[in-house]
Ligand binder design. Structure first.
Ligand code: NAP
Length: 245
């Protein structure tokens, strides 16, 4: 379905980003992904992508660093010729109550999760405008919709991503470029494995009584990247087992 398309996925070395890379490759897209520094994980994603008949490459790039983002997109567009799909997935959390959170901890999460998405979108928009087509998908979170104690930085970044999504959707619709957001709840990844949670209690609080698999989120992203979603823009789709109903 995505044969001939080029997708860029940020944070593709692990978790949701890796599952998105695989889903898009399964659909036939060539995949370039960015990662922060985990070489072994990036190699593993590349190995998984090699099972598909698509072109793939990994780029080490901190999405919060403007110069690195510019240089990475310059070299990836040289290698892949264009970008049709951008998935802004790279993200971190640094959870603490606002009372004890340091200013730098707030800023770092905003810089990576929100400003990083803007910086990457800025690199692909001119290419997409020229082609009069493109799909941008931002990975937000239910924390951006309903807040979460201990995540003022993360929730603010994820809510900001929703504002960015709706604004890009309005600015770019005339050029046939869509921009949508996905808002997962709890997903089985390294990020949630590191949270000090009472897993059983959390699962009880989720109407579907389980965490999502990264592949389930990836399928939704795959749909938003496909022709089937051509008339959807500015939307935020929760994939959260009902936790934010
Ligand atoms: P994860 O397993 O911790 O993986 C994070 C990914 O982001 C890795 O590929 C990491 O690269 C990359 N990354 C981190 N900082 C980066 C930076 N500065 N520049 C470029 N890449 C960077 O996370 P995940 O759980 O898959 O989450 C993926 C996205 O979904 C995040 O935006 C997260 O906020 C969102 N989300 C997750 C959940 C959940 O329950 N897991 C729920 C809602 C939303 P390295 O491997 O090199 O470190």
């Amino acid at each position: 379905m995505l044969k001939g398309k080029v997708a860029v996925v940020t944070g593709g070395s692990r978790g949701i980003g890796r599952a998105v890379c695989i889903e898009l490759a399964k659909q036939g897209a060539d995949v370039a992904f960015l990662y922060a520094g985990n070489e072994a994980a990036a190699e593993e994603t590349l190995a998984l992508l090699s099972a598909y008949d698509v072109k793939s490459a990994a780029y080490r790039c901190d999405v919060s660093d403007t110069a690195q983002v510019r240089e990475t997109f310059r070299s990836l567009t040289e290698a892949f010729q264009t970008v049709d799909i951008l998935v802004n997935n790279a993200g971190i959390n640094k959870d603490k109550l606002a009372m004890t959170m340091r200013e730098e901890e707030f800023e770092q999460v905003i810089d990576i999760n929100l400003s990083g998405a803007f910086k990457c979108a800025k690199q692909v928009i001119p290419l997409m405008v020229k082609k009069r087509s493109g799909k941008i998908i931002n990975i937000s979170s239910v924390a951006g919709l309903i807040g979460n104690a201990g995540q003022s930085n993360y929730a603010a970044a994820k809510a900001g991503l929703i504002g960015l999504t709706k604004t890009l959707a309005k600015e770019l619709a005339a050029r046939n470029i869509t921009c949508n957001a996905v808002a997962p709840g709890f997903v089985e990844t390294d990020m949630t494995a590191a949270l000090p949670l009472n897993r059983e209690a959390v699962e009880k609080s989720i109407p579907l009584h389980r965490f999502a698999k990264a592949e389930e989120v990836a399928k939704l992203v795959g749909f938003l990247a496909s022709d089937g979603a051509d008339y959807i823009t500015g939307e935020v789709i929760r994939i959260d087992g009902g936790i934010a109903i």
